[in-house]
Every structure is written in C-alpha cells, then in structure tokens.
Design a protein around this ligand. Structure first.
Ligand code: SF4
Length: 393
C-alpha cells in the first residue's frame, strides 16, 4: 500500500497549509524516534487545509506531541502483562488479541499503540511486516490448550494491510487450531454467512480502519474471503461522519450486504468529535448503513496524545446528552449483531490504564478522586471493585 510520507506529496492545498513549526516538527520526527508521518491519498483528500479541520488533525503531526504528559504510559493498555506469546494477548477469559502487523493505512496521531508501531516502523521490534509461520506456531499451540478462548481479535496495526493470500493463510491456521468448525453442514456457511454455527470453536473479529482510509482495499475478492471464514465480524474504526466518503460507504455496504456484521469503534477526540452534533450524525449514519455503533472509547494514555484527551467528566456529560438526543436501543440489546436490534448509541468505555481491562463508563464508575505526584486523578472501579487512576484533565 502506497502511503504519503512527505509534506510535498500531500494534495497542494494541504501541503500549502503546513506551518513552519509543523514542517520543522515533521522533518525531525525520524531523528526524535516519534511516530512516523504517513497517510493514504484517500484519507488526505478528505481533509481541509484549516489547522483545526477534524480529518487533518487525525493524521497531521503536531508539535504538541513532544509535550511532557506525566500520565503517559508506553504500554497504556498493559498488554505486556497479558502476553501469552510474543504476538498473542490473552486478557479476557473468552477472547484473545492477535497482533498480526504494525503496518497501518497511515498513522493516527492519537494511536494507543504508537510506541510499538513507531518502534516497528523503525525496524527495532520485528523485521517481518506480517506475522510469520514461526510466530503463528506458538499461537496455535496456545489456542489448542485454551478452549475457553471463543474469539480472536485479529488486530495490529491493521491486518488488512496484508494481502488476501496472507490473510487466508492466517485465518485457515487459526481455524485449524479448532477443528470443531468442520462439522458444519457442507455449504451452510456459504449460504448463510451470518449464522453462528453451534459448536464452532473460534470466531474472528477483524479490527481495521482501512474501509475508511483506503476503501479500495475492500474488493469483491476480499469480501468473498470474509464470507468463507464466517463466523466473523469486522470492527471498523470511524471517528467522524466526514470519514464516510462515497467510496467508504460503498465498501462498507458491500461487506454488510455479504452478511458480515460490522461493528463501529470510535475514539472520543478533542477538537475532532467531542460534540453531540458530530457524534449523533456519525452514529445515525452508521446505523443507516447497517453498521453497529459498538464502542465510544475514552482516550488511552499513550505518550504524545494528551492534546486529544477529552476530560472524563466532559465525556460523561457529552454521553448523557447523546443519550438524550438519540433514541436508545431497548435494554439488553446493546451487543447483539442482528440488524433488527441495532443500537444507535455505542457503549462509552475506557481501557483502564496499565492493564485493568475495559469498563463501561458512567458516574458510578468514579469511586473517588485524589492527588498524585503526576497530578489529580479519578479512581475508576473495575468489575472486581479494584481502583485504577485516570487523569482528571
Ligand atoms: S489504525 Fe489503529 S493501530 Fe494504526 S495508527 Fe491508527 S490507531 Fe494506531
């Protein structure tokens, strides 16, 4: 996949909009070991030249990335505490996350894996762009030994940066670790791709942003590949209604019409989507396309991203207002995949910093507040009542 990595390769209006300060910063990133600058031509074409344009802000390096954030964590989700193999993270009992690659269709400036992605882009973490057979082998052994894992999140980076052939090889390997799926009636999965087959041992959730940043990647061949590996869901990262370009709409519609459930994950970002009008428009449009608004994430504490952080209390107020604006789904239907009960409002959630896992956010999540050497924090309660700090501002 060809990415734009220099200012001069941007569309002329965007390139002309770069300030001297931004140019100096972008040209010095490699020397400073920061997250590289990279964007697809499609995503760049959606951006306006104004510095506060919500699409531009998501990919344009910002000198504020160098500001010291006392709360920043190199591994904000604490994934290293739950690493089962170098590529597999097993944090929740019934599902695990596979880091297939650190390549993406451009780099989001708020990326929560930015340290890993940046290290990999510089070749410091691994040489291979996509998981190798030697790296997959221990994953398959682990899956055979852990039948409680029912779902694999195929993540990265962005797995769709790999070819269909590589993905097919990977999906096949994962499925062969759980031969239970073979007992399905021949042809049934092809005829009814949405059907969850009883006793199928492993479903796949493919986490990607490429339907938004590079919609041409969603070819009929790729959609056919997804259908062959049902049960499978796509989790697409979408932050702003303007990201739903005609090409992206067509790509997402093709996936939905093939019977593949598409979940939407959104990151709450300051000066990008932190207002009710933008979020309501996004979730309405997603639902109209047959997508399932699934999670609205509070920002993780990755280094160099504090200028994207919406204060937690403000996020809660925004979410309350959103609930009053959009018609909520009937109680208990939030996580269903069938389109008849598609919710309009995703769950507002945070990954507790340092490995506490995901929790849904509400006023009740905040058990208290205290002063720490790094600043004032809320104490957020996990499912077991354990308290985890998250910055007030
Ligand atoms: S697509 Fe995901 S992994 Fe890639 S840069 Fe964006 S947030 Fe990070």
């Amino acid at each position: 996949m060809k990415l734009i990595t220099t200012i001069d390769a941007l569309p002329p209006a965007l390139s002309a909009s770069i300030s001297t300060e931004e140019r100096t910063y972008i040209e010095g990133i490699a020397a400073r070991s920061g997250l590289p600058f990279a964007v697809t031509s499609h995503f760049a074409s959606l951006a306006g030249p104004e510095p506060d344009d919500p699409i531009r802000r998501q990919f344009m390096p910002d000198p504020r990335e160098t500001q010291c954030d006392p709360f920043a964590l190199n591994d904000p989700l604490g994934e290293s505490c739950h690493r089962a193999t170098p590529r597999l993270i097993h944090q929740y009992a019934d599902r695990a996350l596979l880091k297939t690659t650190a390549h993406c269709g451009g780099f989001c400036r708020f990326c929560f894996r930015r340290v890993w992605v940046a290290e990999t882009a510089r070749g410091e973490w691994m040489a291979a762009p996509f998981i190798t057979a030697a790296e997959l082998e221990p994953v398959l052994v682990y899956l055979k030994d852990h039948p409680e894992i029912r779902e694999i999140l195929v993540s990265g980076g962005d797995p769709l940066t790999a070819s269909n052939e590589r993905l097919e090889w990977l999906f096949q390997g994962l499925r062969e670790a759980r031969p239970g799926l073979r007992s399905a009636t021949p042809g049934l999965r092809e005829a009814r791709p949405n059907l969850r087959i009883a006793n199928s041992a492993l479903s796949l959730r493919i986490c990607t942003r490429l339907p938004i940043t590079a919609p041409d990647r969603i070819t009929p061949e790729f959609v056919g590949l997804l259908r062959r590996f049902s049960p499978l869901r796509l989790a697409v990262h979408i932050n702003h209604p303007r990201e739903l370009s005609p090409k992206s709409r067509n790509a997402l519609t093709a996936i939905v019409e093939a019977g593949i459930p598409v979940l939407v994950q959104t990151v709450l970002l300051k000066d990008v989507n932190d207002n009710v009008e933008t979020l309501a428009a996004l979730f309405r449009e997603c639902r109209d396309l047959g997508l399932i608004p699934y999670y609205l994430f509070q920002l993780d504490l990755a280094p160099g991203t504090a200028h994207f952080r919406v204060p937690l209390k403000q996020g809660l107020a925004l979410y309350r207002e959103l609930q009053g604006t959009l018609v909520p789904a009937p109680a208990g239907t939030e996580l269903k995949d069938d389109s008849s009960s598609v919710p309009l409002i995703p769950a507002y959630a945070v990954d507790l910093p340092g490995g506490g896992g995901k929790i849904r956010l509400s006023e009740e999540s905040i058990a208290g507040e205290e002063e720490r050497p790094e600043g004032r924090v809320y104490l957020l309660k996990d499912r077991n009542g354990k308290l985890w700090p998250y910055p007030v501002e």
